[in-house]
Design a protein around this ligand. Structure first.
Ligand SMILES: CC(=O)N[C@@H](CCC[C@H](N)C(=O)O)C(=O)O
Length: 372
């Protein structure tokens, strides 16, 4: 399989969570071109699970990738730029899928001793595919004994592995706040309750939560990524919507932040005479790398001279955390050396990382398959 051509084909057709219809069909088409003798294929919603039966299995090894894109207008200037206006693979899921296909291709030609289940999971960016997938009969029937995954990392050199034992990614919660006041003529503000002003005040006020309400020794982030409201420049806005995300390394800090947000919202309701509703959307559990398996992966990388660094935890979120809550395993970063970071319209990961990752992951599956 030509992995670069495959990555570019996937890059052209980014689709949002649970709408990955063309993506699923492209993936199935690629999987069906592989030798089928050892493969069983199942679909689950817009996702896919593929089992490779081992030669003498004692356990099942899981490898998971995510398949959805983001609502971003691409600005890479690639000849294979997104054909879906306003949508882009800006978090590397085109790389993740291609690497998973490359691993599957290798295994379909030469299975290892253990069974391997390769999981193509929808909706990582939201609303979260991991949790419902874990609960599905399709997944339960092939539930792996160990599981791992990777995420591209623009800040590391191409092909470098960055990993750590224990906590790798934060607990996250989406945040949606709807404000409803009273609209009116721009020249008569005293007769209206302006929700653009209320939303602005709220966004400014909550900056003090992390700065002044959270122990500086804890790590937390509140980011408001979108504010919308109003209809015209000379009409006072009756409604506004604030959209953001909360991150915390400790679940208790997350709960505290939510309480502080709620009291700020109550304050806005009182001082701006409006009604407010809060929706926490999708919440992701932290990514916690199991020590023994991570250690085994670190040893494997060292023994095989794969470039490796031990990293710190990050405030990113990943619903792969739900898999790791139930099944021992780990996630690692794969360096792709892009000046633009994740979720940026100019993210341009280096494609040589794909081949490196296929070698690293398929090598580790083989290595892990020899351990009981
Ligand atoms: C690796 C990465 O970038 N993951 C996303 C996960 C999004 C979670 C959810 N939609 C949220 O915004 O809280 C991230 O933004 O970290």
């Amino acid at each position: 399989m030509d992995l670069i051509e495959t990555r570019r084909a996937l890059h052209r057709i980014p689709e949002l969570g649970f709408n990955e219809v063309k993506t699923q069909s492209l993936l199935l088409n690629k999987i069906r071109q592989m030798p089928q003798e050892h493969l069983e294929i199942k679909t689950w919603r817009t996702g896919i699970l593929v089992k490779v039966t081992g030669t003498n299995p004692v356990k099942t090894i899981g490898y998971r990738c995510d398949i959805d894109g983001l609502p971003i207008y691409e600005e890479t200037g690639y000849s294979f730029q997104s054909e879906h206006e306003g949508q882009m693979h800006a978090c590397g899921h085109d790389f993740h899928m291609t690497i998973a296909l490359g691993i599957l291709d290798k295994l379909s030609h030469q299975p290892v001793k253990d069974n391997v289940v390769v999981i193509f999971q929808p909706a990582e960016e939201g609303p979260g595919g991991a949790r419902p997938m874990l609960e599905s009969e399709a997944f339960k029937a092939w539930r792996p004994d160990v599981i791992f995954a990777l995420h591209i990392a623009p800040e590391y050199p191409t092909g470098m592995v960055a990993v750590k034992k224990g906590l790798l990614f934060a607990n996250t919660s989406e945040l949606f706040i709807d404000l409803k006041g009273k609209g009116g003529h721009a020249a008569y503000p005293h007769l209206a309750n302006d929700m653009v002003v209320a939303a602005s005040a709220f966004v400014t006020q909550i900056q003090s939560i992390v700065a002044r309400r959270i122990n500086p020794l804890d790590s937390a982030v509140i980011t408001i990524g979108k504010i919308s409201g109003g209809t015209k420049q000379n009409i006072i806005a009756e409604e506004a919507r604030i959209e953001g995300t909360i991150r915390a390394l400790d679940p208790k800090t997350m709960a505290d932040i939510k309480k502080h947000i709620e009291s700020h919202v109550a304050g806005i309701e009182a001082s701006y005479q409006c009604e407010a509703s809060i929706d926490y959307g999708a919440n992701y559990y932290q990514v916690y790398n199991e020590h023994k398996l991570t250690e085994s992966f670190i040893n494997f990388c060292k023994e095989n001279n794969f470039p490796l660094t031990i990293c710190s935890e990050a405030m990113t979120g990943e619903d792969f955390g739900y898999f790791l809550k139930e099944i021992p395993g780990f996630m690692f970063w794969l360096g792709v050396d892009s000046e633009a970071g994740l979720h940026a319209a100019k993210l341009m990961p280096h494609e040589e990382a794909i081949g490196h990752a296929v070698d690293i992951v398929s090598g580790f599956i083989r290595y892990q398959s020899r351990q009981v």
